[in-house]
Write a protein that binds this ligand. Structure first.
Ligand code: SF4
Ligand code: SF4
Length: 506
């Protein structure tokens, strides 16, 4: 029996375990039989007592809504709660959200979604963009009014300070956040804050994106008697925090599902277990010399360097690595790409020069809760940055192929970010002033402009009529390219980073 818990003040009870569609393997999503197998697995979860299936249009290689359609042929609609998700990058206006929900209803046949997420909010600035008049939140409320969706929830990848603002704004009935051994210091207080406000709390990423099961032995100290595996301990840990309603587990096959079900079947923690899990997780996360993201070092640095973010990126080099990453197979290159990829995700851009700004004063190391050799790690990080830079010849060739097109009059760069400025600076260094006019677009155009120029909203693409849109984001390249293609109506959309690229310009 999977326990059910109230989702904040919504009056809805969710199973303590929810299942998501993001971990299905690409090869299982390519044909009819594979899709049926994945849908049958979801149905098996529902019949076993899971009553929440997490869904978004882009999950499962874009097949998530098709999986939900197939699931609803196998289980009664009322046996499962379903979500639809809208991101302000691809759905910047109220009407876009309504289109997104209507499309989702049509593709899943769900008749109504129980939850509408404003999805992957990255900062307080994005929150304000979402809440602006005519913005996505207005669309979400309209979808609710029309009976297309129930509660409006938010999923946040924002830093703790901004996440607190998302919680405090009072616009949402619940929040979905990433919480695991490694992010507990950062996210734990956000969960407490949301629960205190009566919001429902759902957890994503309880296995650290696979890092925890891939490093079974490293994190084994988080296991308590009765835990069959470190992964099971991680699921129970996430569910043990007071205020958490539902922990989402990605499942790829019946083994994953059985493991997740076994973690929750007939299990509910008491106060003693909650505190034992917190202590075990704290020591397990600290044992391998990992930065736990506690942030104590931040205030100690006289230069205001982003030490926790750098150290959390460095963590990647201490953990088990995949056999292949961005098409790389050499172990050293994979380790470097994993570290730099994480660094780029968190900052969008790596430090421009390969020279470390750290003066090795050691103040950070003296206050580090894990006693980490921070200055030495920063030095290694910058060694990786220097070694990971694409060669001059490669950079020149890539920019030549991407941007030097005869007859271009105007090129649009999206987003209006430091990455766009860096690409243009590199272009000037190699080829001199561009012969085309540069214009900037952004899903969240800053009223202050960028590089002394106005920043356009996606809806202005047709009017501005650039010869091409250049998508310069590493982390959100795919999503932005999709949004630009929708708006661009025949204008070529080019990406600085193609699928499988390692970070190469920074
Ligand atoms: S050692 Fe470097 S990172 Fe640490 S406090 Fe000094 S300057 Fe900042
Ligand atoms: S004090 Fe140590 S463990 Fe905490 S964030 Fe800084 S480097 Fe990481």
């Amino acid at each position: 029996m999977i326990p059910r818990r109230p989702l904040g003040r919504t009056g809805i009870a969710l199973s303590a375990l929810g299942v998501g569609t993001t971990r299905f393997r690409a090869e299982d999503l390519r044909d009819e039989e594979g899709l049926d197998r994945c849908a049958a697995l979801l149905a098996c979860a529902v019949r076993s007592g899971v009553n929440y299936v997490d869904n978004a249009f882009s999950y499962a290689e874009g097949k998530s809504e098709e999986l939900v359609r197939r699931l609803l042929r196998l289980v009664p609609r009322e046996s499962v709660r379903l979500a639809v998700k809208s991101n302000s990058g691809s759905d910047p206006a109220a009407d876009d959200v309504l289109r997104r929900v209507a499309g989702g209803l049509e593709r899943t046949g769900a008749e109504r979604f129980d939850f509408l997420y404003l999805w992957s909010v990255l900062s307080a600035e994005e929150l304000r963009y979402i809440l602006r008049p005519g913005g996505p939140y207005e669309g979400a409320l309209e979808a609710k009014k029309r009976g297309w969706a129930g509660n409006v929830l938010v999923s946040s990848h924002a830093p703790a300070k901004d996440a607190a603002e998302i919680v405090d704004c009072g616009a949402f009935d619940g929040i979905l956040v990433s919480y695991n051994f490694l992010s507990r210091r950062e996210t734990g207080p956000v969960i407490d804050r949301a629960a205190a406000r009566g919001m429902g709390v759902l957890i994503m990423n309880p296995l650290g994106g696979g890092l925890i099961p891939q490093n079974e032995a490293l994190f084994s100290g988080a296991r308590l008697p009765g835990d069959a595996s470190t992964a099971q301990a991680a699921l129970r840990f996430a569910s043990s925090r007071e205020g958490v309603t539902c922990v989402l587990a990605g499942i790829a096959d019946s083994r994953d599902l059985d493991q997740a079900l076994a973690a929750f079947d007939g299990w509910e923690p008491d106060d003693g277990e909650r505190s034992a899990r917190e202590s075990a997780a704290a020591s397990a996360a600290a044992a391998p010399g990992l930065c736990t993201g506690c942030g104590y070092c931040r205030a100690a640095c006289p230069l205001g360097l982003p030490i926790p973010e750098w150290m959390q990126s460095y963590n990647r080099s201490l953990l088990a690595l995949p056999k292949e990453l961005y098409g790389l197979t050499d172990r050293e290159q994979i380790a470097r790409a994993a570290v730099l990829g994480k660094l780029m995700q968190d900052f969008s851009l790596l430090p421009e020069s390969g020279e470390s700004p750290c003066v090795a004063c050691g103040r950070c190391a003296r206050v580090c809760t894990q006693r980490l050799p921070i200055p030495e790690r920063i030095a290694s990080l910058f060694q990786m940055i220097r070694a990971g830079r694409a060669s001059e010849t490669d950079r020149r060739e890539r920019l030549d192929t991407l941007l030097r097109k005869p007859g271009w009059r105007r090129a649009a760069f999206w987003p209006a970010s430091a990455a766009a400025a860096r690409v243009l600076a590199e272009y000037r260094r190699f080829f001199g002033e561009p012969e085309f006019e540069t214009v900037f677009f952004d899903s969240h155009p800053s009223p202050g402009g960028f590089e002394g120029q106005p920043v356009h909203a996606p809806g202005e693409l047709a009017a501005v009529k650039p010869d091409a849109v250049i998508v310069v984001s590493f982390r959100y390249g795919e999503e932005i390219a999709a949004a630009a293609s929708r708006e661009a109506a025949g204008i070529p959309v080019l990406r600085l980073y193609e699928d499988g690229d390692a970070p190469w310009i920074y």
